[in-house]
Structures are given as structure tokens and as C-alpha cells.
Design a protein around this ligand. Sequence first.
Ligand code: SF4
Ligand code: SF4
Ligand code: SF4
Length: 398
Amino acid sequence: MSNIRDLILSEGVISIRDDCKGCDDCVKVCPNNAITVNGLGTKHVIDPAKCLSCGQCLITCPFGRIEDKSMVQEVKEALAGNKVVVVQEAPAVRAGLGEAFGLETGTDVEGRMIAALQQLGFDHVYDTVFGADMTIMEEGHELIGRLMRDMGVPGYETVEGKIPQFTSCCPGWVRYAELNYPDMLEHLSTAKSPMMMQAAVTKTYGAQQLGVDPADMFSVAVMPCTSKKYEASRPEFISSGYRDIDAVITTRELAQMIEEAGIDFDSLTPDEPESLLGMGSGAGVIFGNTGGVMEAALRTAYAALSGEELETFEITAVRGDDAVRSATVTIPLSDEWKAVAGVERLDLNVAIVSGSQNVTSVMEEVAAGTSPYHFIEVMNCPGGCVNGGGQPINHEIL
Ligand code: SF4
Ligand code: SF4
Ligand code: SF4
């Protein structure tokens, strides 16, 4: 296991094969100019020092000449061994997996996917939506703390982090920020991503509830994202004293495992995730689309500050297709918060950036101290995780 992780940390997740045709299509979609061009028609090369492991090049290459490092073998060995093998599945996977089995893109196949995971031999199947809810709670309350500190509200003086607060759930964006804006990392939320949040709880509280020593637990995540393989390999994620995640497989790789095992996906009887860590709110499910994280965290902040639920129509401005979108959300404060904050309401300016490379103008404003925003979501992949680098691909040419 350590070999693949070491390789991922030193080389990144994504590499271009020797039979690359040098067509340049991958270069056009790379958000961090990580692909070296040696001339049209010659093999292109990825610079690991710049690569975000996002896989946007991989799903774009019309010839299928880009690969991601695989942890499938480690998963198969764990399934054949004596450890308790747990798996979490992300919301965007259930919307993408059906495509690999000929269903219309976006068809929700969660029930059949859970049945397939059970047939593959996973001992416990959990829904990453539980982790997403924890991320939302953390991010929402972290935002409230930073806002109150900046308003001079007593009791918040020691809160750390800067406004505007950026989301931190996308490892592609986090790496982009680390590489391009190392002096501005205090603006990022300190909340773990849903995958890492869930993984930390699974090997601590979850292992305790199951009566399993975390040393005897093997934790797998099925993700729409190749960058999650990089995130899970980062050395800081060891909450239980052991790796929070032992292996990440993509939607594509799960589809391959199901096919290889001879499971007839269409005829599976749908099942449900387990309840220990499997329950989640609707808010966590919308993490898969750009604007989803923002909407979910804002709903948390709105409910905490006003004591009321945010009506759907008031926040639809943050959903959409533009690369940078913004909105103002007015939060009427509850009597309790009015007394604490000394104002009747908060006008929160929020922005959503789809594609890390589109963050430049927003960051320039932040650096200049002229940003009008309080909260900014950045997702590396255009449209969010539903279009992640680990989703099924339909190559026209192979
Ligand atoms: S898109 Fe594929 S074939 Fe074209 S340059 Fe990139 S890796 Fe090579
Ligand atoms: S994985 Fe992402 S960052 Fe790396 S070369 Fe491909 S498109 Fe660029
Ligand atoms: S947008 Fe989603 S799929 Fe793309 S890099 Fe970020 S977390 Fe991964």
C-alpha cells in the first residue's frame, strides 16, 4: 500500500502514455498548465509539481492515452483477506455509475450500487452524505465565527482564519491554492472534505461501534474524482493512528470491478446504506454540483443565525453554469443573535467559481483587500464532481 501512496505523492495520480498522439486536447483543459508540450504530434508530459491530479485531461483525451494510478489491486487483496472492509460511496458516483451500464447519464443507481458492493464482498457500505453533513456543519459554523470576530462580537476574538472564507472540500482546488496562492491559505476553511470527514469518523467512532480495532479495518472510498486518490495519500490524515482511507477507487474502476466479477448490474435488487454512518440530509447530496457546497453551508449558517429554514427560491442564484457566479443572501438574525451581534440582519455576499483556473480575478480582489465576498466556493472540475476525472468516459476514438 505504501508504494502506491508514495508514487502518488511523488508522481501524482495522472500520467500520459508513450503512445500519446500529441494532439493538444488535454493541454486546453488543464487548469494549472501542468502539461508540457514538446511540439504538435509528439508525446506530451505532465509535470507532477504542477499537476492537481484532477483527471480533466484524462476524460478529455480523445484517444484514451491518459491513465490514473490504480488502487484496485489493494482493494481486491483486502476483500480476499481477513480485515473488515468498509466502503463509502459519494453522491456523484450514484449519478455516474449507471452510465457505465448503458443507463442515461444522471440515473440514480444508488440502491443497485450498494447491492453490487455487497456482492463484491464489502462488509459495510456507508454513504458519504453523512461526511458531507459534517463538513457543512463545520464550514457553516466556521464562517459564523469568522464573521462575528470581524464584527467585534465578544467571545470570538480568538477565532482563526480570514474572510472571505473559501471552501476546502475539493482536493484539486486545495492543491491549486497551495501551489498558486501559498500566502492566502488562511482564507480556506479548515474543514475536512466529506470523504476525509467520514473516513476519520469511520475508523474512530465507527470502529468502536462495530467493536473492530482500527488496525483491522480497511477503509475504501468510491469517488467520482482522481484527485481524491491524492488527497487520501496526504500524510496528515491519520485520525485513528492508522490511515483514514486505505484506498480510493473511481466510478470507472468500480464499474470495472462489477463487470469483472460477473455481476449483472441491471438485475440487482436495490439495497440501502447502513445507518451507523449512512444517514444524511438532502443538503449533503447536492455537494456533487457546483454551487451545492455553498448552498448547503449557507443553509446551515442561515438556520443557525435566524432560527428559520432558508427558502429554496432565495438561493437559486448560486446555481447555474457561469464560471463565476455571485449572490447576496440576507439573513435576518434571531433575537438571540441580534443581542450578541448588535445588528438586525447580515447581508452575505457569496461567490461560486467553477474551475480552479477561473479563480484569478476573485483572488486578485482578495489579495488587494477589495473583495466584496464573505464566502467563496471553488470546485476544480467544470460543473463540479458530476464531471470529475473518475467518472465514466465515452471515447469517440480509441
Ligand atoms: S489529448 Fe491525449 S493524445 Fe492528445 S496530447 Fe493529450 S494525451 Fe496525447
Ligand atoms: S490531472 Fe488535471 S492538473 Fe494534472 S495534467 Fe491533467 S488536467 Fe492538468
Ligand atoms: S470538483 Fe470534485 S471531482 Fe473535481 S477535483 Fe474537485 S472534488 Fe474532485
